[in-house]
Write a protein that binds this ligand. Structure first.
Ligand code: ADP
Length: 154
């Protein structure tokens, strides 16, 4: 199966990386699809978000990275992907993820497979990293070392 894992990855966190490594083990190939959508007001530019992920996955032979500014379902159809991977942290993710998976299925019949968060990462989200940075909190346990290093100088 060829899968895509779409998201903003603004920035990529230990929670994302855990999903990437686990998905790579169960799919033949995994494309991390980094959203370029300017309407989402991402803090890090897309090329930096991609670079940070590249540094983390270069040892994973069946993982590659792409960027896209349109609908995930369109990208999946255009490139003949079999499924979408998403992560679920808990009930707060469930409703929006359910809806999104149903929209993607209605658009082109693509299925979404959900991987449950690992307990040690269930509270990690990109927006929280920025909150911690803003108030001088220690965010280094939330992100891989290369991301922490880059954010310190941001
Ligand atoms: P989006 O902007 O599309 O919500 P994100 O970059 O925030 O993208 O997240 C991409 C995917 O990774 C989503 O499915 C999200 O639920 C999942 N995810 C994010 N953080 C975690 C985590 N700590 N554990 C498991 N899944 C996660």
């Amino acid at each position: 199966m060829r899968a895509i894992y779409p998201g903003s990855f603004d920035p990529v966190t230990l929670g994302h990386l855990d999903i990437i490594c686990r998905a790579a083990k169960i799919c033949d190939s995994l494309t991390i699809l980094v959203s370029e959508n300017p309407a989402k007001n991402n803090r890090l530019p897309v090329d930096l978000r991609v670079k940070l992920i590249e540094e983390l996955v270069s040892h994973l032979e069946n993982v590659n990275i792409s960027t896209w500014s349109g609908l995930t379902a369109d990208y999946a159809k255009k490139n003949n992907f079999d499924l979408i991977i998403r992560g679920l942290r808990g009930a707060s993710d469930f409703e929006s993820e359910l809806e999104m998976s149903q929209v993607n299925s209605a658009l082109n019949g693509i299925q979404t497979v959900f991987l449950m968060t690992s307990p040690e990462y269930s509270f990690i989200r990109s927006s929280r990293v920025w909150e911690l940075m803003e108030f001088g909190g220690d965010f280094t346990h939330f992100v891989p070392a290369n991301v922490a290093e880059r954010l310190r100088n941001f």
